[in-house]
Design a protein around this ligand. Structure first.
Ligand code: HEC
Length: 329
């Protein structure tokens, strides 16, 4: 199974290389990517007493792998995780990339067996088909192991509470949010760069699946490229279903001010969005690299603007809206 998956990766890697004439300069050596955290962590549950069935990792775990650099959103490279017990593998049903947190979250198919030791292997970086950074930086082993084990809860563990997530915000709510932060310059009237963000019609006509002007490099202007040879060329302003492939998101994340927790009445309605409490900004070094690689102009909103920078709840709501398909009827 592992070989098959990696073969898929190999094909796309070859295509990417073949279509490459604006690729990175030959002398450029992109910095490595490291895993900085896994959930579960190595050894979780292994010191649980048998008499306590609740102790241990949930039998419906979500495997979360957090990287230190933003990834190139290539879903075919996001399946490179193997979960098994003994020789039996566990099916991975979905892999989700969170661009702000730089995490890959994997959902597993069936419920895991009780009080069983599972082993998780992330693909060997030496094989070359692991996720990579947006500039091509490859994964390298670091302090957090690329293979780890955990023990599941006992048979009689108490049922887990269902967590009901707040609904994904609607297009009109997102347009109202963008009006507060961007509307002075990206309204209907002579919008900066032709980009109207403060109404569903504007989003549909100028942002969703429209190539960002600042990412146009070649002859193919106006045509979004889903598999560009170099990340950041011909990128849509908003790519439905993929915040990590949306130029607008990088214009927000490349700014230096922190994303503060929501403290105003305007964002209170979004405070129940998952993760709304904490949005860790990317490091200055990474933001600099992003600007070197593909993010042109100022971070948005620009520093000279009177409009406030996004708060954490609004940022999470926007990312979730895009990841959910950016539906603007
Ligand atoms: C004070 C005016 C102003 C505000 C407020 C502002 N922008 Fe901009 N925006 C500009 C200007 C000017 C440019 C072009 C120059 C630049 O990128 O620095 C631009 C460029 C952009 C681009 C690139 C478009 C392309 O086709 O390449 C995006 C995306 C963008 N803005 C998104 C936003 C978002 C999202 C907000 C709100 C969070 C925002 N802007 C707030 C003035 C503004």
């Amino acid at each position: 199974m592992r070989t098959t998956l990696w073969a898929v990766g190999a094909v796309s890697a070859v295509t990417a290389a073949a279509g490459c004439d604006v690729g990175p300069r030959a002398e450029f050596e992109p910095p490595h990517v490291h895993v900085v955290e896994t959930r579960p962590a190595d050894g979780d549950g292994t010191d649980c007493a048998d008499s306590d069935p609740d102790c241990g990792v949930s039998r419906r775990p979500r495997i979360v792998v957090r990287y230190d650099r933003p990834l190139w959103p290539e879903p075919e490279r996001f399946r490179e995780v193997l979960v098994r017990t003994g020789r039996a593998g566990v099916r991975i049903t979905s892999a989700r990339y969170d661009v702000l947190d730089r995490t890959l979250s994997y959902e597993l198919g069936p419920r895991l067996r009780p009080r069983t030791l599972y082993r998780v292997e992330l693909a060997d970086p030496a094989e070359g088909f692991t996720p990579r950074a947006y500039d091509g930086g490859e994964v390298a082993p670091g302090a957090v192991p690329l293979e780890f084990s955990f023990l599941t809860q006992g048979e009689d563990a108490a049922a887990e509470e269902e967590v009901l997530e707040a609904p994904v915000p609607s297009c009109s709510r997102i347009a109202a949010l963008l009006d507060r932060h961007c509307g002075n310059c990206h309204g209907a009237d002579r919008p900066a760069m032709g980009l109207t963000l403060n109404s569903p019609e504007g989003l549909r006509a100028t942002a969703i699946q429209r190539v960002a002007r600042q990412t146009e490099t070649g002859n193919d202007s106006g045509v979004p490229s889903l598999h560009p040879p170099r990340f950041g060329t011909a990128m849509p302003v908003i790519e439905p279903g993929k915040a990590a492939g949306s130029y607008l998101v990088y214009k927000l994340l490349s700014g230096s001010a922190p994303f503060e927790p929501c403290r105003s009445a305007e964002c209170a309605e979004l405070a129940d969005q998952p993760g709304a409490e904490a949005c860790e900004a990317w490091t200055e070094l990474e933001r600099e690299r992003l600007r070197d690689w593909f993010v042109r102009g100022s971070p948005m909103p620009p520093e000279y603007s009177e409009q406030p920078r996004l708060d954490c709840a609004s940022l999470r709501a926007l990312l979730r809206f895009i990841d959910d398909g950016a539906r603007c009827p």
